[in-house]
Ligand binder design. Structure first.
Ligand SMILES: Nc1ncnc2c1ncn2[C@@H]1O[C@H](COP(=O)(O)OP(=O)(O)O)[C@@H](O)[C@H]1O
Ligand SMILES: [Mg+2]
Length: 385
C-alpha cells in the first residue's frame, strides 16, 4: 500500500469502533486516543471504557463509581483541534450494573426486576456466568447506538486474558443458560408461579431430601429465581443474535490492538483470522509500545573518535576516563534497545504479512505513562498519520 497507514478514514466514517486485544497491550488507551482524535476532527464521540487506569479516568472526568456518561472538558478536547464542534463524552462501564440493566429490560415487570436482582442465586451466578460481562458490554453498546445520539462510539473491551472471549460471549452465555443443569431445573420447576409445585411426586421427594443438604431456603430461592428468570433468558437469546448481527454491520470497525510481544501478536493474528472468517469488518492493526532505535551504522567511526577524544571536564570534577566510560555505557544501552527494536520489527512484519492491505499503525513506547488529554492527543498523531 502506498499511502501512509492511518485510521483517520475509519474515524471519519465508522459509527462504532471496537478495540480488542489481549490484556495490557493498550486497548483502553487506544480507545480513548481514537475517540479523542475523532472528537477533535469534529465528531460527537462517546468512548466506553471498561477498566481505565485511575489517572486516565480522572483526566477524562470519570470517577470510580460512575456508570454515567460525562462530557470531557471541551476546552481540553478542542485545544488546537483541526475542527471545532466535536465533543468527547466518556463513560466507565460497570459490567455488573450493565448486566443488571439487561436483566431489567427483559423482566416482565418492575416488581420482577426487584425480585430477580434481590435474589441471592442471581447475585451468585450473574458474576460467574460465562460471557456475562462481555455480553453486558455489547448490550450496552447496542442500546447506546440505538439512541442515534452519537456520530461515533468507541468501545474498549474487558480485560480478558483472551481477546476472543469478547467475540464468543453471546454464544457462551446462550450455551451457559441452555446448559443441561439449568434446563433440568427449569423443567423441574416448570415455570410455575409458586416455586416447586409442579415437580411431581418423585421430584418433590428428591427436593425434600435435597433440602436436608442445601437448606430449604436455598431451594426456595432457586425456585423463585427460575420462575422469574425464564422471561429474561428468552430475551437474552434473542438479544444475543441481534448483537452478533450488529457487529457484522459495515458501520462497525474492529481495531486490533497488540504490543510487539509474541503472545499479543499471536492473539491479534487469531482474532484477525476469526474476523475474516466471520466476515466481520476489520479496520486495522495498532501496534502499541513499539521500541524505536536505529542501529548505529552511519557515523560509527565518528562516535568512536568522540569516545576516544572525550575531554576531561575539570569543572564537573570528572576525568576524561569517566566521560569515556559513560559514553560507552550509553552506546551499550543503545545496543540493548536496538535488540528490542529488531524483535519488534519482526513481530510487526508477521502482522503485516497476515494482511498486507490492512492499515497498520505503530505507536512508540512512551517513556511516561499515558494518562492525560495532552498525551492522548500526542499519541493520536501516530494513529491518524
Ligand atoms: N505507547 C505506550 N507507551 C507506554 N505506555 C503505554 C503506552 N500505551 C499504554 N501504556 C500504558 O500501559 C498500561 C496499560 O494500558 P491499557 O490501555 O490500560 O491496556 P489494556 O486496556 O490493554 O489493558 C497503562 O499504564 C498505560 O498508560
Ligand atoms: Mg483495559
Amino acid at each position: 500500500m502506498s499511502a501512509t497507514p492511518s485510521l483517520a478514514p475509519a474515524l471519519a466514517t465508522k459509527r462504532i469502533l471496537v478495540c480488542v486485544g489481549s490484556g495490557g497491550v493498550g486497548k483502553t488507551t487506544t480507545a480513548a486516543t481514537l475517540a479523542l482524535a475523532a472528537a477533535r476532527a469534529g465528531r460527537r464521540t462517546l468512548v466506553i471504557t471498561i477498566d481505565p487506569a485511575r489517572r486516565l479516568a480522572n483526566s477524562l472526568g470519570l470517577d470510580r463509581l460512575g456508570h454515567e456518561i460525562r462530557q470531557v472538558d471541551p476546552a481540553l478536547v478542542r485545544a488546537g483541534a483541526p475542527r471545532l464542534g466535536g465533543e468527547l463524552h466518556a463513560m466507565m462501564l460497570d459490567q455488573k450494573k450493565a448486566f443488571d440493566e439487561v436483566v431489567a429490560t427483559h423482566a416482565k415487570d418492575p416488581a420482577a426486576v426487584g425480585r430477580i436482582l434481590g435474589n441471592p442465586i442471581y447475585a451468585q451466578i450473574s458474576g460467574t456466568l460465562a460471557g456475562a460481562h462481555e455480553y453486558a458490554a455489547m448490550a450496552k453498546l447496542q442500546e447506546l447506538d440505538a439512541t442515534g445520539a452519537w456520530d461515533l462510539i468507541v468501545i474498549d473491551t474487558p480485560p480478558t486474558a483472551h481477546a476472543l472471549d469478547f467475540l464468543d460471549a453471546p454464544e457462551k452465555l446462550t450455551q451457559a443458560i441452555d446448559s443441561p443443569a439449568i434446563e433440568w431445573f427449569r423443567k423441574l420447576q416448570g415455570g410455575s408461579k409458586s416455586g416447586w409445585s409442579v415437580v411431581g411426586r418423585t421430584g418433590s421427594f428428591i427436593l425434600k431430601r435435597l433440602s436436608k443438604f442445601v437448606g430449604s431456603q436455598f431451594l426456595d430461592d432457586l425456585g423463585v429465581f427460575f420462575t422469574e428468570f425464564n422471561d429474561v433468558l428468552g430475551g437474552f437469546r434473542q438479544r444475543a443474535a441481534e448483537t452478533v448481527a450488529l457487529l457484522h454491520q459495515d458501520k462497525v470497525g474492529f481495531v486490533l490492538v497488540a504490543s510487539p510481544e509474541p503472545m499479543a501478536v499471536q492473539e491479534a493474528l487469531y482474532f484477525h483470522q476469526r474476523l475474516v472468517a466471520a466476515r466481520m469488518p476489520f479496520v486495522g492493526f495498532v501496534v502499541n509500545k513499539v521500541h524505536a532505535a536505529r542501529p548505529i551504522t552511519q557515523g560509527k567511526a565518528e562516535l568512536e573518535t568522540l569516545i576516544a577524544e572525550a575531554p576531561p571536564v575539570a569543572a564537573l570534577g570528572l576525568s576524561g576516563t569517566s566521560i569515556r566510560m559513560a559514553t560507552e555505557a550509553l552506546v551499550l544501552a543503545h545496543a540493548d534497545l536496538e535488540v528490542l527494536a529488531s524483535a519488534d520489527r519482526m513481530a510487526i512484519a508477521s502482522l503485516r504479512a497476515a494482511d498486507p492491505n490492512a492499515q497498520l499503525v505503530l505507536v512508540p513506547f512512551q517513556r511516561e505513562d499515558v494518562h492525560d488529554v495532552t498525551r492522548l492527543i500526542e499519541l493520536g498523531k501516530f494513529l491518524i498519520g
